[in-house]
Design a protein around this ligand. Structure first.
Ligand SMILES: Cc1cc2nc3c(=O)[nH]c(=O)nc-3n(C[C@H](O)[C@H](O)[C@H](O)COP(=O)(O)O)c2cc1C
Length: 322
């Protein structure tokens, strides 16, 4: 068993956190990760109240273990924050924006505050806000993120916020990634893309099939999916997705896309509803190279933890007295 500040904070069996993937990490998936000994986070995304009621109801019904929820910070509606807290999550993850206006409310509710950051300056702000845990997200990650790579970002954040525990995210999809995260000084891994390709994840089967089939080179960072969906993301943040026909057509022509939004949006919404992944976005990170099938979340959690443990033991055995 691998024991870290993360496992001790929540009484987990494994230092593995399900990323709060908006609309993908539903209550069932979060509960299955928590039941398997990790920490499941429901992906509240932009804060749709009806979706949250359904999924938070589900996670509380399906697990007795610690679980949490995440919201995109710049999109927070205080009423939705209250709604999420009323389900008494053990952890609340804020990402993309200044957590300081919301930190006190979350902590007063008895919830651990987890802040996901994309650079060292944001990590310092998260510490100032009173974060209990900081997730350092590298640009290899699926979904939205910054420009720093996981390998140098994680130890830089570890040093900047010491002794606050840090979790690594971005490109981690197996036991090797978890072992590497621990070697970098992190207390665990937050994993998104790998859990998208699970039977329990919400989202179209066609999206899961794309993730299994994709290579890392097929992913790229772009703003076109945010433009067509009408989300006003801050300038420095775009998202990593599997490049598709829509992306090939509009990436680099964002101004023209904005000008023809009315027609494009109708077609886009239909594609998203029907699981047409030639048009609709499939957020996914460079870890797709390591994903070969859709599996259950419990199988994944157990395998990632066991492989990391075996790898760390083998690595330790390589050290000989001289
Ligand atoms: C489909 C998908 C949706 C995501 N949605 C969110 C979100 O709503 N809020 C958030 O904080 N992060 C979101 N992320 C980013 C994750 O929190 C995390 O940083 C990322 O998945 C880690 O990298 P990995 O995908 O390589 O494991 C999303 C990621 C994916 C793949």
């Amino acid at each position: 068993m691998i024991v870290t500040a993360l496992t001790e904070m929540f009484g987990l069996k494994h230092p593995i956190v399900l990323a709060p993937m908006g609309g993908v990490s539903g209550g069932h998936l979060a509960a299955m990760v928590s039941n398997a000994g990790g920490l499941g986070l429901v992906g509240g995304g932009y804060g749709n109240a009806e979706w949250l009621r359904t999924e938070l109801g589900r996670v509380t019904a399906e697990t007795q273990r610690p679980w949490g929820v995440g919201l995109i910070t710049w999109a927070i509606d205080p009423k939705v924050l209250d709604l999420a807290l009323s389900y008494r999550p053990h952890a609340f993850l804020l990402s993309f924006g200044d957590p300081r206006p919301y930190a006190a409310k979350i902590k007063t509710a008895g919830c651990k505050l987890i802040c996901q950051v994309q650079d060292v300056a944001q990590a310092r702000i998260a510490r100032e806000a009173g974060a209990d845990l900081i997730v350092a997200e590298g640009a290899e990650a699926g979904g939205h993120g910054g420009s720093r790579a996981t390998l140098p970002l994680v130890p830089a954040v570890v040093d900047a916020v010491d002794p606050l525990p840090v979790i690594a995210s971005g490109g981690i999809a197996d036991g090797r990634g978890l072992a590497a995260a621990l070697a970098l000084g992190a207390h665990g891994a937050l994993i998104g893309t790998r859990f998208y390709a699970t039977t329990e994840a919400l989202g179209h089967e066609s999206a899961k099939r794309r993730i299994v089939a994709a290579r890392a080179e097929d992913t790229g960072r772009t703003s076109v999916f945010d433009i067509v969906r009408g989300y006003a993301w801050p300038d420095a943040i775009d998202g990593r997705a599997i490049r598709n026909r829509f992306c090939e057509r509009w990436h680099g022509r964002e101004g023209e896309l904005t000008a023809t939004l009315e027609t494009e949006r109708v077609a886009y919404q239909a594609a998203a509803r029907d699981g047409d992944c030639d048009t609709a976005v499939v957020w996914a990170g460079e870890g797709v190279d390591l994903i070969h099938e859709v599996e259950s979340a419990a199988t994944l959690v157990a395998r990632i933890a066991a492989d990391a443990e075996a790898l760390l033991k083998r690595s330790a055995a390589r050290i000989v007295a001289t």
